[in-house]
Design a protein around this ligand. Sequence first.
Ligand SMILES: C[S@@+](CC[C@H](N)C(=O)[O-])C[C@H]1O[C@@H](n2cnc3c(N)ncnc32)[C@H](O)[C@@H]1O
Length: 297
Amino acid sequence: MIQAKPFLKWAGGKRQLLNKIESILPCDVLKTKEIDLYIEPFVGGGALLFHLLSNYSVSKSIINDINPDLILSYKVIKLFPHELIKKLKRIEDDYLPLAYEQRKEYFYNNLREAYNKLDVDYKAVDSKTSVEKVALMIALNKTCFNGLYRENSKGEFNVPFGKYANPKILDEDNLLNASKLLQGTEILCGNYSSISIPQDSKVFIYFDPPYRPLTDSGFTKYTKEDFNDEDQKQLAKYIQRIHKEKHHFLLSNSDTEDNFFDNLYKGFDIQRVLAKRYINSNANGRGEINELLIKNY
Ligand SMILES: C[S@@+](CC[C@H](N)C(=O)[O-])C[C@H]1O[C@@H](n2cnc3c(N)ncnc32)[C@H](O)[C@@H]1O
């Protein structure tokens, strides 16, 4: 079987929770290792997506995220993996031989500024500008501080330089495998509620929305727009509808002290698991915390 893992490090990535999540997949999925239709409305780096595509027989999948640059990267990997690999190889060959100060300069001028200045038409994915934009995005992700994706109020990527001795800017095998696995995936960009869910198939939906912050400094800003308590409540209403339509869903979020999600998802199965948070703007917020896994099956 073809194996791939996330090609970007992404805040809230679920790689460390995969074993736990896998152990509570719907019984029929665990028994047959088959999924008719898998939907991930907040895909981010897609840790569970790639795990399922690599290890299960998934007939069809739909992924979505509100971040247009992230979604562009999935589309480019699906459609133009070889062109992307060529560009990343050139960046890696330029970057790795440089000394510290030169790397820093390259990061700010050749990668970050170039990325922010490059306008793309998100609707017309092509083998030139789109590939260039995604190559810069991946290279920034591998060389910036903490592998974080963050934008300022103008929508510009603003994460500073990271001090990695030997960053793997190009992981050719993983990109080729990810591209093969994504061939049966429909890739959408927008608000989660705009996905239309077919009524006739057996559907499994995994919701991994932005975490509700444990403290005021918690990280929820993946794009210019934030995801606040009102958004969490709207999502809960949407999920109630999914439940009524008899689709299986699993949702993850943070376990905040005020039992916010226990109240919002009363009546569903709620489990607590320990998780390490690696990306948090507040250094004191790192460490082991409870994470919630909520499901209707
Ligand atoms: C916790 S992350 C998902 C992490 C992912 N499971 C992984 O393994 O990397 C949440 C994602 O939701 C996206 N997002 C935020 N608001 C959204 C919305 N209204 N609709 C769809 N996606 C949204 C963010 O861009 C971010 O990628």
